[in-house]
Design a protein around this ligand. Sequence first.
Ligand SMILES: [Zn+2]
Length: 77
Amino acid sequence: MNLEGMHVMNTDPVCGMAVDEARALHCTHAGKTYYFCGAGCRHAFEERPEKYLDPSYEPSMLGAAFDWLRAVLRRRR
Ligand SMILES: [Zn+2]
């Protein structure tokens, strides 16, 4: 249920930021929908969802940026 004026908040599994479901980028993995603050985080998640779903993973902006950069570099080779 999403009442008018109410935002359903979710947590970006990559960086740990709170994101608004109505506006956030999302992707579906194993039947569950995940929301992201931006394309970088979504991309990082799509590359290695198992890493971000691991309970030992600590969400951080730096980790997400690093993964995204590594993915970009890998593709250029
Ligand atoms: Zn994020």
